[in-house]
Structure formats: structure tokens, C-alpha cells
Design a protein around this ligand. Structure first.
Ligand SMILES: Nc1ncnc2c1ncn2[C@@H]1O[C@H](COP(=O)(O)OP(=O)(O)OP(=O)(O)O)[C@@H](O)[C@H]1O
Ligand SMILES: [Mg+2]
Length: 261
């Protein structure tokens, strides 16, 4: 499977501002299962807008999002449903992404029901338990009955990942998914993500400000600035020999973290 953005642009017109905002300009990138792709760049550079277009949450102004060479707008209904299952989102702010009134089992169960994977209560429970185990929440039974406020930030983020796993995603688009977490908790969630890549062959489009993390986990990197991709390459190449002055500045501005002990 290959998920591609081809010459994507997005222009926002807002009532408050007479000038249109060219949030994304002619961006091309690709992602596939088993690969950890990072998008980095300063605030406002268009990263989240690209993510929302990859997920078909907002329309494109021009260009296409393609799955295996076919624009998602041209997919038949069944194929489009398969795309919605195989490309999943894990977004920022786990507290806001989970309904505070729903227990973990319900939160996962409603995704299972929505996608009509199964409807039996005991089957739903079994799938939820399996998914919670995959993200290292064990014993999973202890988490089923909890409400979001009874979970730590890292646990909530794991639940969000588990909720996508029941759909057997091939690619997860993670927009600032660990940015709000403390360093050690962040490392734990990242280990889960890397483990899912190794065990299940899941691919990531991982959006972050956090360059030291990118250096640790990403296979390839796209650097965005003012709506454009200004540099791309393997993580090793971009970090050891950044070509664009913007990337050089970005890397210089990043504190080098001491090794995790
Ligand atoms: N719905 C919208 N309406 C109008 N302008 C928008 C909208 N969404 C984003 N923008 C603008 O588009 C530009 C890119 O925003 P985007 O959220 O993609 O940046 P980002 O790289 O994700 O930033 P951050 O790192 O702060 O999350 C910004 O100038 C933003 O103000
Ligand atoms: Mg953003």
C-alpha cells in the first residue's frame, strides 16, 4: 500500500482576514506501511493541514491524495471505506479526543460498531482487550471500565492508539500525538508505536516539533516551511547533512538531549 500526496495545496479564506491564507503549497510526499515518516517544521508551516488532507478531513484546493495510485475521490464506496479504516488518525490532546463520559470499552466499542466489525458484546470486549494488550495496557481488563479522567496522559494516548488498532490500520497519521507528554511517558508511547511498526508493519506519518525524537525514531523526514516542503530525505541524511538553510537553522536551534538513562 502507498499513500501519496501529489502537489497538494490548501488555501483558506476567512471572513476576518481579507487575504487568503496559503497554508499548503504544492506539497508532495508519500508514506507506506512499515515506515516511520516524520513531518517537521515551525508552527504554522502547514503540517496539520497536510495531515487533515491525507485523512480526507478537509478538502484540497488543488492536487490529490492517492491510495496506490488512485485519487481517494475516485474510490468506490467499498474502497473508500477500506481507506478510512487503513489510514487512521491519532491526534494531539488526548483528553479532548476521548469522550469524558465514555469508558474505555465503550470508546473502543463504538469504533468497532461504527465500522461494523462485529456487534456481539463479548466479541467487542475481546477485540478491545486484544487492542489494549497490543499497546501495553495490561492487564487489559483493568482498563476497560475506566473513564478518560482515570487514565494518565500516556495511558490515554495508548487507548487512542488501541482504538485505531481494532481497524487494522496500515498507516497511522499522528499529529503531535506525544507532544503534550513528559519525556519518559513520551518515550514509552513512542516505544509502543515503534513496536507496532515492527510487529504489525504499521506505518506512520508522524508530525512533531520535536527533532530529537525524529532523529531517534523516523526513517524519513520532510521539512516544511511556510506551506512548502523545503527538504526531504532519510533521517540520517537530513540530520547529518541538512542542505536547506532552514533545516540547518532548525537543527542548530535544537538542544541535544542527554541519552535516556
Ligand atoms: N481552518 C482554517 N482556517 C483558516 N486558516 C487556517 C485554518 N487551519 C489552518 N490555518 C492556517 O494555515 C496555516 C497552517 O496551519 P497548520 O495548522 O497546518 O500549521 P502547523 O504546521 O500544523 O502548525 P503547529 O505546529 O502550530 O501545529 C496557519 O497560518 C494557520 O493559521
Ligand atoms: Mg499543527
Amino acid at each position: 500500500m502507498l499513500l501519496e500526496a501529489k502537489n497538494l495545496s490548501k488555501t483558506f479564506h476567512t471572513r476576518q482576514r481579507s487575504e487568503p491564507v496559503h497554508a499548503v503549497k504544492d506539497v508532495s510526499l508519500h508514506a507506506r506501511p512499515g515506515e516511520f515518516v516524520a513531518i517537521v517544521g515551525e508552527s504554522g508551516s502547514g503540517k496539520s493541514t497536510v495531515a487533515r488532507m491525507l485523512l480526507d478531513l478537509i478538502s484540497v484546493t488543488s492536487g490529490t491524495v492517492e491510495l496506490d495510485g488512485r485519487p481517494i475521490g475516485s474510490l468506490r464506496r467499498q474502497e473508500y471505506r477500506a481507506y478510512r479504516r487503513s489510514v487512521q488518525a491519532v491526534l494531539q490532546d488526548p483528553a479532548g479526543s476521548l469522550n469524558p463520559r465514555k469508558r474505555v470499552e465503550q470508546a473502543i466499542g463504538e469504533v468497532i460498531r461504527f465500522h461494523k466489525l462485529t456487534s456481539g458484546q463479548s466479541e467487542i470486549r475481546a477485540l478491545a482487550i486484544e487492542a489494549l494488550q497490543q499497546v501495553g495496557l495490561s492487564p487489559a481488563e483493568n482498563f476497560l471500565e475506566r473513564f478518560p479522567h482515570e487514565l494518565s496522559g500516556g495511558q490515554r494516548q495508548r487507548v487512542l492508539i488501541a482504538r485505531t488498532l481494532v481497524l487494522h490500520p496500515r498507516i497511522i497519521v499522528a499529529d503531535e500525538a506525544v507532544s503534550a507528554l513528559d519525556a519518559s511517558v513520551k518515550a514509552g508511547v513512542l516505544r509502543v508505536m515503534a513496536d507496532l511498526k515492527d510487529r504489525l508493519g504499521i506505518g506512520y506519518v508522524f508530525i512533531t516539533h520535536d527533532l530529537p525524537i525524529v532523529e531517534k525514531v523516523a526513517d524519513r523526514v520532510y521539512v516544511m516551511r511556510s506551506g512548502e516542503v523545503v527538504e526531504e530525505g532519510t533521517t540520517e541524511a537530513v540530520f547529518s547533512n541538512p542542505e536547506h538553510p532552514y533545516t540547518q537553522n532548525l537543527l542548530q536551534a535544537t538542544p541535544v538531549l542527554p541519552p535516556l538513562t
